[in-house]
Design a protein around this ligand. Structure first.
Ligand code: HDD
Length: 704
């Protein structure tokens, strides 16, 4: 326990030491000279020329001119948070000497950065993309970085192709269009010619690429790594993060609209959740494979385009990560954090995965240009809590003041210090390797389709519909017909039905033959439909009110939802307050026009004749409801509120509930005459909210 407290406290103290709070201070220059005037530059007379000797203005502008640093070449857009990781128990000690994974008495501070991949730093959060999920563990044995994604596989086998892939997915070079989107010719040209991408493309076209929240997505280390125990024995390992809130996604149309309504949607969600004490939680789990079993799979464990199905090797829980503190300063912490796959600690080691090997070069290299020199590990967010003592010296931004006259090993002048460590050291796993130097892809990497098919087979009906729609959207934006055709040809090797459905949507002649019969295998764990749907914590619910609203049900529902951890907000045509049917004042949280249904998980429409009349005539309110229905969200109507919902759907939905509660595809309606919440209404609504979306709702005919 002593260790637990001291690790977390050390990191905290370290950061505290660097924190600057302007409260109560006076303005100075960088040199500490006090300033009493910073709004006017030094000029000759009131209207005369500015003087070069205005060192205050020059310092201020020079610093400003250099404020921006190069954004990350990929994963430029991101959000970060601090937290802790604590193992559940010590079972993993048999496999690794990494104590932070096996000592339940040890709580390790962490910093996590979530990101999108393709967009630039100012791009929208809700684009269709992979999400980065990078965790820095400040362990007592040094920093360990698990630089993962929310998708368990990658586009390519070998890091040497990474620049090609990134050039293909980034905005096209001649016109820098499109921003943060994969729906364009160069990406799909690359995909069609590089079939190893097919498995990853299936994930990218699925709802996994549209997370509702960073708090509701899985994370994966992707590669097979190695754990090493005290006896020096290795065990293959794959790392998994599972969110306690389950895995939930946005709808594509909704995601695109949010990109305009609130481009910071995921960033805001993470920030607000932490500010309100709704701390994101993830369970770390591992899949372990004994070295003797390495070749017992129908895929190569060194191939990062493949998974090991959970049904084949179960995920064993290791511990929990809780994110409980927002950074104080975005630039200092989230922008300057530097992850590196080669930041490893004793007990964890690499494998020969060629993607991982190349990453081990790339991350260090990129930090040098991005953070301007080799001393970025001294930036507070990157600083280990483990003691650092090297003979490395000087360089840009050196902030350590090294004492003494020796910076070499061995030395006699400083008593031989720093001395070679003899315990707790990192010893490379001694894998025996032999072979010729060749440039050749392993035959065991050349199955490009079977796991793409496995993924497709594992999807629920609605997930498949979304995948087909995504392929149609993306290929529909591709100008070159031969690229569309080539992708359909590739898809025909994944599944004939999938290829046919996509072809029909993009004007390509559907393939006539099934070139590769579907193997019929599936892995139910791959479906989002099979993750947690038992909580409504932090889900946002819009309650639409206007003057004349029946307040009873509103108050009861709002209290019940808050009591269960959801976040209901009252929205009215204007800010301020509305008058209830009983003439009382009811405070409003937001004006409807500043928000949109796409920013909520569910909508509630209370009754009250005057309110219903007002909102019926308000196009914004009607659109709000119709759009929520279109996006498969739970909608609840109480009393005459049902009339409003009926009108918003152009009466496509016949919403009648004479006696009991009606539930038509997740539109919950209380009996027409009611002015109170009927028994069981809250529970039914919460069940719908916990399920998140009613993907089976037929929405084609509903206008939005
Ligand atoms: Fe990478 C950033 C994840 C393959 C080269 N990568 C970066 C980040 C994440 C990943 C989450 C952002 C870290 C942060 O928040 O600062 N990358 C992955 C995963 C991969 C992967 C899961 C495949 C399994 N990456 C990959 C390859 C290469 C790179 C094959 C090059 C050979 N990645 C980089 C980079 C970045 C980066 C260029 C950009 C900014 C940075 O490193 O710090 O070096």
């Amino acid at each position: 326990m002593a260790n637990e407290a001291s690790n977390a406290d050390d990191k905290q103290r370290q950061l505290d030491g660097m924190r600057v709070n302007p409260a109560g201070t006076t303005l100075t220059t960088q040199q500490g000279v006090r300033i009493d005037h910073t709004d006017d530059s030094l000029t000759v007379g009131e209207r005369g020329p500015t003087l070069l000797e205005d060192f205050q203005a020059r310092e201020k502008l020079t610093h400003f001119d250099h404020e921006r640093i190069p954004e990350r070449v990929v994963h430029a857009r991101g959000s970060g948070a601090y937290g802790t990781f604590t193992p559940y128990d010590n079972w993993l000690a048999e496999y690794t000497v990494a104590e932070f994974l096996s000592n339940p008495a040890l709580t390790t501070p962490v910093f996590v950065r979530f990101s999108t991949v393709a967009g630039s730093r100012g791009s929208a959060d809700t684009v269709r993309d992979v999400r980065g999920f990078a965790t820095k563990f400040y362990t007592g044995a040094g920093n360990y970085d698990l630089v993962g994604n929310n998708i368990p596989v990658f586009f390519i086998h070998d890091g040497i192709k990474f620049p090609d892939f990134v050039h293909a997915v980034k905005p096209e070079p001649h016109n820098e269009i499109p921003q943060a989107a994969s729906a364009h010719d160069t990406l799909w040209d690359f995909v069609s010619l590089q079939p190893e991408t097919m498995h990853m493309m299936m994930w990218l076209m699925s709802d996994r690429a549209l997370p509702r929240s960073f708090r509701m997505m899985q994370g994966f280390g992707v590669h097979t790594f190695r754990l090493v125990n005290a006896a020096g024995q290795g065990t293959f390992v794959k790392f998994h993060w599972k969110p306690v809130l389950g895995v939930h996604s946005l709808e594509w149309d909704e995601a695109q609209k949010i990109a305009g309504k609130d481009p910071d949607f995921n960033r805001r969600d993470l920030w607000e959740a932490i500010e309100t004490g709704e701390f994101p939680e993830y369970e770390l789990g591992v899949q372990l494979v004994a070295e003797a079993d390495e070749h017992g799979f129908d895929v190569d464990l060194l191939d990062a385009t493949k998974i090991i199905p959970e049904e084949q090797v179960p995920i064993r829980p290791v511990g929990k990560m809780i994110l409980n503190r927002n950074p104080d300063n975005f630039f200092a912490e989230t922008e300057q954090v530097a992850f590196h796959t080669a930041n490893i600690v004793p007990g964890i080691d690499f494998t020969n995965d060629p993607l991982l090997q190349m990453r081990n070069f790339s991350y260090l290299d990129t930090q040098l240009i991005r953070l301007g020199g080799p001393n970025f590990a001294q930036i507070p967010v990157n600083r280990p809590i483990a003691e650092v003592s090297t003979n490395q010296r000087d360089g840009y931004h050196q902030s350590r003041v090294h004492q003494g006259r020796t910076a070499y090993f061995k030395n006699s002048l400083s008593g031989g210090c720093p001395a070679i460590a003899d315990e707790g050291v990192f010893r490379h796993y001694q894998e025996k390797v032999e072979g010729h130097k060749i440039r050749k892809r392993a035959a065991s990497f050349q199955d490009y389709y079977s796991q793409a098919t496995l993924f497709w087979n594992s999807m629920s009906d609605w997930e498949r519909e979304h995948i087909v729609a995504a392929f149609r959207f993306e290929l529909g934006k591709v100008d070159h017909m031969h690229i569309r055709e080539a992708v359909v040809e590739q898809l025909n090797r994944v599944d004939h039905r999938l290829a046919t459905q996509v072809a029909e949507g993009v004007g390509v002649k559907p393939p006539t033959e099934e070139v590769q019969p579907n193997h019929g295998r599936s892995s139910p764990a791959l479906s989002q439909a099979n993750t947690a749907t038992d909580t409504i914590r932090s889900r946002k619910v819009a309650v639409l009110v206007a003057d004349g609203v029946e307040a009873g049900p509103v108050t009861a529902l709002v209290e019940a939802l808050r009591g269960r951890g959801a976040v209901p907000e009252l929205l009215a045509p204007t800010n301020g307050a509305v008058r209830t049917a009983a003439g009382e004042e009811l405070a409003v949280d937001r004006a409807m026009t500043t928000m949109a249904s796409v920013l909520y998980d569910a909508v509630v429409v209370p009754g009250g004749d005057a309110a219903v009349t007002t909102l019926s005539a308000d196009g914004y309110a009607m659109h709000f409801i119709a759009e929520a229905i279109k996006h498969a969200k739970p909608v609840a109507a109480v009393g005459t509120g049902a009339t409003l919902v009926g009108r918003a759907t152009a009466n496509v939905m016949t919403l009648a509930a004479e006696d009991g509660i009606a539930n038509e595809h997740g539109v919950l309606v209380a009996p027409a005459a009611t002015t109170e919440l009927p028994d069981g209404f809250v529970e039914s609504f919460c069940d719908l909210l916990a399920a998140h979306r009613i993907w089976t709702r037929p929405t084609a005919a509903i206008p939005a």
